[in-house]
Design a protein around this ligand. Structure first.
Ligand code: NAI
Ligand code: MG
Length: 338
């Protein structure tokens, strides 16, 4: 069996970390056929548009993509390519697991899976300015749009994930005390679905600001978290910090048809081209892709290899206190797999 996957190397450190990922996947013994496509700044340079039709067609056909980070200009310029891809393929679930690898001290004992709703809320981009007394930007309005169907499918997905991977508890994170409707609906549906899973998965809820504090004080109380788009965006970066930084947390964007797998971090322009980026997050994203296609055993082997290289071999990139280059690190993982 050969897996046909769209490969988007991406911007900044993207090409460096995705080439290590391809190397590691080859070392698993599985067979892949890669279709290299552009997106983001690299696509603008090559073909003049951030999301070329060829890229979309490739993902549509193959249904699987491994994607490097893409640079999005702040303020002016095109809208986020990442958000556009999520919309195009209706990738409603954003999965971001974080687990302790670095031994000792403040990063110990973390094993949290964030399930973030990926399409709704404030990210729908329904925004406008209101003019008052000639000031065209006197008031800014942004609408958070949350649907019953959207809440149901993400919350159910989180509980199903918990069942499939033997997780004990789902925490529903919300702000229903203030946002009575947009967050109230999410919580109400969360309670109803939680009841269906009674006896199989424990269900609890927490207000988002308290959740942010509890994550720092007592992270071991969390197992699976399910929340709306903006809260999930913010808390998942916080959770990355709990395990030692952005270099160690992968993400998956999953819809009913297509899955796009990427690191949580961005294109890291400050270190691009220097050969020092940590490829772990991108490699772990590939492991999530293997879980997704039913090759979880190989996904697990990759996660174990990353752990062994960092902890037992002591081979680490600069961001986690070592001096290995991106490719030395990738080589070490591949060696552990063959
Ligand atoms: P960033 O995640 O690229 O970098 C933040 C800090 O973490 C930097 O100091 C960087 O050097 C470091 N870092 C990130 N990944 C690393 C790795 N693998 N190894 C070692 N150090 C690493 O975030 P920033 O600077 O806010 O964004 C840069 C660009 O990336 C922006 O254009 C942003 O829009 C884009 N971005 C893209 C994402 C995606 O494609 N999924 C996600 C987040 C940001
Ligand atoms: Mg983010």
């Amino acid at each position: 069996m050969t897996y046909r996957v769209t490969l988007i190397p991406g911007d900044g450190i993207g090409p460096e970390i995705t080439s290590e990922t391809v190397k590691v996947l080859a070392a698993t013994g599985l067979s892949f056929e890669w279709d290299r496509q552009f997106a983001g700044m690299a696509a603008i340079a090559a073909v003049g548009t951030p999301i070329p039709e060829d890229t979309l067609a490739s993902i549509r056909e193959r249904k699987l993509a491994l994607k490097g980070p893409l640079t999005t200009p702040v303020g002016t310029g095109f809208r986020s390519v990442n958000v556009a891809l999520r919309k195009e393929f209706e990738l409603f679930a954003n999965l971001r697991p974080a687990r302790t690898i670095l031994p000792g001290g403040r990063f110990e004992g973390i094993d949290i899976v964030m399930v973030r709703e990926n399409l709704e809320g404030l990210y729908v981009g329904v925004e406008n300015f209101i003019t008052i007394a000639g000031d065209q930007r006197a008031v800014a309005v942004s609408q958070a749009i949350v649907t019953r169907q959207g809440c149901e499918r993400i919350i159910r997905w989180a509980f199903e994930f918990a069942v499939r991977y033997g997780r004990k508890k789902v925490t529903i994170v919300h702000k229903a005390n203030i946002l009575k409707m947009v967050s109230g609906l999410f919580l109400e549906i969360g309670h109803a679905i939680g009841k269906e899973y009674e006896g199989r998965v424990e269900s609890t809820d927490l207000i988002v600001d308290n959740a942010a504090m509890q994550l720092v004080l007592k992270p071991e109380q969390f197992d699976v978290i399910v929340t709306t788009n903006l809260f999930g965006d913010i808390l998942s970066d916080e959770i990355s910090g709990l395990v030692g930084g952005l270099g160690l947390t992968p993400g998956a964007n999953i819809g009913t048809e297509v899955g796009i797998f990427e690191a949580v971090h961005g294109s890291a322009p400050d270190i691009a081209g220097l050969g020092v980026a940590n490829p772990s997050a991108q490699i772990m994203a590939a492991a999530l892709m293997l879980d997704h296609i039913g090759e979880g055993e190989h996904g697990g082997r990759i996660r174990q290899a990353i752990h062994d290289v960092i902890v037992d071999d002591g081979i680490r990139t600069r961001d986690i206190g070592g001096s290995a280059s991106t490719s030395e690190f990738g080589d070490a993982i591949a060696r552990r797999l063959v």
